[in-house]
Design a protein around this ligand. Sequence first.
Ligand code: PCA
Length: 212
Amino acid sequence: MKKILITGFEPFGGASVNPALEAVKQLGEAKLEGGEIVVCEVPVTRYESVDTVIAAIETHQPDFVITVGQAGGRAAITPERVAINVDDFRIADNGGNQPIDEPVVVDGPDAYFTTLPIKAITRTLQEHGIPCQVSNTAGTFVCNHLFYGVQHYLAGKNIGHGFVHIPLLPAQDTTGNQATMSLDVIVEGLRLVAPATIDNKQDVAIGAGQIC
Ligand code: PCA
């Protein structure tokens, strides 16, 4: 029986909801064959975000960690490939921090790659009719900060971790100008990340690259 910790960010930037938190609340009740899901809410605050997830890892001792945040403008669920050692916040976080070109971890490596099987995850979601594609940037705000900080903490430990960005909810864009995804589809997509991760110790070699 594998244990998966799935975390979701609180709202930020003046918004009243974050689909990541809404989805994670529902995932706490979700059934998973061969596994158990535990969840945790994460503040959109530079260092506290990482401290919160590390505390949850130490409490729950999961086999895998999936950290989740919203990405406005994206139409698909996007497992992230890489976290970079840069904090360059276009807006202040919920704690009022707005670093420019500072490292997440002083003297840390330039980047960490995900340790989740993101190609297998992408294929699984697509097979279930859920829009999903690999992303090669998690930005330079708190999501990237958390992704990098948790990878740094887990380095050398036998716990897989990766970050997944999700689209906005329809209610977050009543102009109809932005890509959105319903909460039901987001929840089902994130739930499927868990078995895809458990079932694919090695990732599958399928192309998911981009040409700029
Ligand atoms: N998205 C932001 C931070 C919190 C969230 O849900 C980001 O992409 O950095």
